[in-house]
Design a protein around this ligand. Structure first.
Ligand code: SDX
Length: 428
């Protein structure tokens, strides 16, 4: 592999260094492009061919369907680790010792009280408010109650801020759902594990003792691991670019929640269930919906299918599909929508349109089926995605600040009017 790339413009050659990553990915370093070419830039809508940063957190290989957090395969982590271990790994770079994990858990619990005035903000929302809008607002509001911006050069301050958001975020998630369900806003039980307590905060009722269900705990723990990070996706890139202005961590994460809400991104898990329900209501004719998805005149897309990076099976979708079967069987739940999903997937995987475009089920295709079997309302599905993605957003924000990345400010090519004189109103 040569060490440089050569660009020729108007007969003049310019050399740019090649950067090679630890997994042999290659990038052209164009940091000096404008300077050496007198102002020439690049353009790449959606950044399909453009790297925003160098990162040591997550490695994806879309062609081979590989996903690793800090070098560990998603398959091993989903099977052998729990969510808090994976959060620690993503944020601090190594799997924790038992002592480090116990301390992390204890420090998070200590930080998990939310200022009671947050309830006044929740009360101001109509019950019809989408939980993602509520969660984004509440997360940003955390800044009002924790105004001091973290000194990112202080390991101790950074650790404390990480524990604050890891402790308070699940409370905001649970309160967002409880408010919608008309339930009192409470805390769980700090003697429980991180994920167990999330379920208790979400589902406990004031008039009965809450019974833990290990099947649900294990299913949620696995789903949160599978959603924990995914390198420079839309919402993570949002968290990084907002944070690059030295905006605080909580407000940066709030912006990431808004980006994740979109149906082309994390909002797809809600859109998949709504699509599967629509197919069921329509009599289960998957071929009709496949035809709509392929019709360029029809804005309908097969939600939960396709991916910017994976041009093979999303490894997370493979794991979630198996988990969906297990959870529904363990819970003794028959869900016809799962059968419709499987029928749709097998049709698409042998359909020329999807095969040619390498469109495979992604992380959002089966996850909603598990969330629904757990009794989570469909409007809360993307909130659950955010709950999983939290450690990834934290890790990426922390890495960007630690590497002292410059403020994100892309260039453009102007295609508007050239200079023209002002016209007084009577002449317009
Ligand atoms: C997530 O980036 C990440 O890592 C994201 C994520 C994460 O963990 O953070 O993995 C989570 O966001 C998963 C994706 C969830 N979104 C959906 O399921 C929505 C449905 N999928 C699509 O909208 C689409 O596939 C995207 C947005 C996911 C990817 O879009 P791209 O990369 O911009 O691809 P494209 O739109 O250029 O599509 C290429 C072709 C087009 O057809 P042609 O113009 O070549 O004829 O494939 C077609 C598209 O029309 N296509 C689809 C399709 N997805 C792409 N056609 C029908 N149904 C689909 N779902």
């Amino acid at each position: 592999m040569s060490k440089t790339a050569t660009l020729e413009i108007d007969g003049k050659k310019h050399e740019f260094p090649l950067i090679v990553g630890t997994e042999n990915e290659v990038a052209i370093d164009i940091k000096t492009l404008r300077a050496v070419t007198g102002g020439v830039t690049t353009i790449d809508p959606g950044y399909k061919n453009t790297g925003a940063c160098e990162s040591a957190i997550t490695f994806l290989n879309g062609e081979e369907g590989i996903l690793r957090y800090r070098g560990y395969s998603i398959e091993e982590l989903a099977e052998k680790a729990d969510f808090l271990e994976v959060a620690y790994l993503l944020i601090f770079g190594e799997l924790p010792t038992q002592e480090q994990l116990d301390k992390f858990n204890a420090d998070i619990k200590e930080q998990s009280v939310v200022d009671d005035d947050i309830k006044k903000i929740i009360d101001a929302f109509p019950k019809s408010a989408h939980p993602m809008g509520v969660l984004s607002s509440l997360t940003s509001a955390l800044t009002a109650f924790n105004p001091s911006s973290v000194n990112v050069d202080s390991e101790e301050e950074m650790y404390k801020t990480v524990c604050k958001i890891m402790g308070k975020f699940p409370v905001l998630v649970a309160w967002t759902m409880r408010k919608k369900n008309g339930l009192p806003l409470n805390y769980g039980d700090s003697s429980l594990g991180y994920v167990e307590n999330i379920l208790k905060m979400m589902f406990s009722k004031p008039n009965e003792d809450y019974k833990q269900n290990e099947i649900l705990v294990n299913a949620l723990d696995k789903l949160l691991i599978l959603h924990a990070d995914h390198e420079q996706n839309c919402s993570t890139s949002t968290v990084r670019i907002v944070g690059s202005a030295h905006t605080g961590l909580f407000a940066s994460i709030s912006s990431g929640i808004s980006a994740l809400w979109g149906p082309l991104h994390g909002g797809a898990n809600q859109a998949v269930l709504e699509m599967l329900e629509a197919i069921k209501e329509d009599g289960g004719d998957t071929k009709k919906f496949m035809a709509k998805a392929k019709d360029k005149e029809d804005p309908f897309r097969l939600m939960g299918f396709g991916h910017r990076v994976y041009k093979n099976f999303d490894p997370r979708a493979k794991i979630i599909k198996v988990a969906a079967d297990e959870v529904l069987a363990d819970l003794g739940v028959e869900d016809p929508v799962l059968d419709i999903a499987k029928g749709l997937a097998s049709e698409a995987l042998s359909d020329e349109y999807f095969v040619k475009r390498k469109l495979y089920p992604n992380v959002d295709f089966y996850s909603g089926i598990i969330y629904r079997s757990m009794g989570i309302p469909v409007e809360m599905f993307t909130v659950m995605f955010a709950l999983g993605r939290l450690p990834g957003w934290i890790a990426q924000w922390k890495e960007m600040r630690a590497r002292k990345e410059p403020i994100g400010r892309p260039r453009q090519i102007y295609i508007g009017e050239n200079l023209r004189d002002f016209k007084t109103i009577e002449k317009r």
